[in-house]
Design a protein around this ligand. Structure first.
Ligand code: SAH
Ligand code: SF4
Ligand code: F3S
Length: 443
């Protein structure tokens, strides 16, 4: 038997990457690499990268810079870079970083064991970034893909339902680095969730760039609401979430699912990106502000407890003060529960990067601050409305002071109580609402 080796994974970016990192750990555990949180101890360090905004790329190079001393101290250490920057830059990363061993793209996780062996045994440096569209390899077998750290008390799990994106929003690099949309066979999804539930998982988040395009595997005739309904009947599972639903495709039947499926939590992440019709058009989002507001109304009409969160980009090319005012107005009308806002960042290959009317950095900065200030007020007001109310909380962890968990509406809730309650759902009375969380007591 080979001597046991250790793997350290650093993850940047979105839930797709979080999930891929879990898959990497699960896959490599079967190849004698045990996860470690200690970089000093690692025989293999993998950086899973995101390229959605500018800073993300700089972070890759600076992170790799910090790994140099580790390699100098331990020359047999293998360093790999995966994810969206790897997909985008490929070979050129190997050229730029001489102590980097492996580059693997978003469809190439299954190639890792081979790449690692070649690096270890033959000192081979390699880059694999081929897209495996339409080939089964890209969906790792759910059993293999089961996160290596499960069975150690994890309460929530991420489950991929589809890969890639066909929307080509004019600012976004995702379709270029994740490829075309591909849905995963529903039987595999169900099997994976059942496996997760066996290890103690109570809540799953179904992930995909646009889950409403879900259509099942080859030859399957299904859709996302049907998938949700199947998952809702899995014994032992308590909660279902999903991310992300594109506003243009948020269907009536999906909105109805919130009423008919008891496990589906009342939270929709519905990224609006801008409140201005002109900018939405230039972004190629496929909806108007009115159409968006109608969907919000429909969600709240059917499900009054619904929490709605959003992503917004400020300073998209050509965004005027009036366009930005429309965005501010949108946030006030919808009264989001939480908002992720970003300064527009030109991405290679995308259409918006070539637009001539780029917005100066200081204006982007000013708009971002104004938006954050406004949202902070709204979040605080909304969370204060919870004071005195009773909510269901799934307890996910405990720091020395308190238990923490999430309400069905995706609010972080802090409670006093015994560590043994982690993994349970409890009812709690909220005593205090702050901008980012709720505090309460178990009843
Ligand atoms: N599929 C999801 C979003 C994935 S990317 C959706 O359609 O909503 C996550 C977020 O990053 C986006 O919602 C957007 O707000 C932001 N983003 C994407 N490209 C960006 C860019 N070039 N500059 C700034 N923010 C960007
Ligand atoms: Fe990017 Fe648009 Fe696809 Fe979301 S829907 S991943 S923003 S191209
Ligand atoms: Fe980033 Fe890739 Fe996700 S670019 S946001 S890690 S799909």
């Amino acid at each position: 038997m080979d001597q046991e080796r250790y793997l350290f994974v650093e993850t940047q970016g979105c839930q797709m990457n979080d999930s891929d990192s879990e898959k990497i750990a699960g896959l490599l555990a079967g190849h004698n690499y045990m996860p470690t949180a200690d970089k000093e101890k690692a025989d293999l360090i993998i950086l899973n990268t995101c390229s959605v905004r500018n800073k993300a790329e700089h972070k890759v190079y600076s992170y790799l810079g910090t790994l140099r001393p580790y390699k100098e101290k331990k020359p047999e250490l293998i360093i790999g870079v995966g994810g969206c920057v790897a997909q985008q830059k490929g070979e050129s990363l190997l050229k730029r970083v001489p102590y980097l061993d492996i580059v693997f793209g978003t469809h190439n996780i299954h190639k890792l064991p081979e790449l690692i062996d070649n690096a270890r045994v033959r000192n081979e440096r390699a880059s694999e970034t081929r897209f495996y569209e339409g080939e089964p390899e890209i969906f790792l077998d759910p059993v293999l893909a089961r996160p290596a750290d499960l069975g150690t008390g994890k309460v929530t799990g991420l489950v991929t339902v589809m890969l890639g994106c066909d929307n080509f929003c004019s600012y976004c690099i995702v379709p270029y680095v994740r490829g075309r949309e591909i849905s995963r066979p529903s039987a595999d999804i169900i099997r994976e969730i059942e496996g997760l539930v066996e290890t103690g998982v109570k809540e799953v988040t179904l992930i995909g760039q646009n889950v409403n395009s879900y259509e099942g595997g080859v030859g399957e005739d299904t859709d996302f609401p049907s998938l949700l309904s199947e998952i809702n009947s899995i014994d032992g599972l308590k909660r279902i979430r999903f991310m992300t639903s594109h506003p243009k495709d948020l269907s009536e039947s999906l909105i109805d699912s919130f009423c008919s499926l008891s496990k589906l939590c009342e939270h929709t992440h519905l990224p609006v990106q801008s409140g201005s019709d002109i900018i939405l058009e230039r972004m190629n989002r496929g909806y108007s502000r009115d159409a968006y507001l109608k969907k919000v109304q429909a969600l709240r009409g059917k499900s009054p407890e619904m929490a709605i969160t959003s992503d917004i980009i400020v300073g998209f090319p050509g965004e005027t003060d009036a366009d930005f005012d429309d965005t501010m107005d949108m946030t006030e009308r919808v009264r989001y529960d939480a908002l992720f806002a970003f300064k527009y960042s030109p991405r290679p290959e995308t259409r918006a990067a070539g637009m001539t009317d780029q917005v100066p950095e200081d204006i982007k900065e000013r708009r971002l601050t104004a938006l954050f200030d406004k949202q902070r007020e709204i979040s605080l007001e909304k969370n204060r409305e919870y004071e005195g109310r009773i909510v269901e909380v799934l307890l996910e962890g405990r720091d020395p002071e308190r238990l923490s968990g999430k309400s069905r509406a995706f609010k972080t809730v802090y409670l006093k109580g015994d560590e043994r309650l982690v993994g349970e759902t409890v009812m709690a009375r909220i005593t205090k609402g702050s901008a980012n969380s709720l505090t309460g007591e178990i009843i």
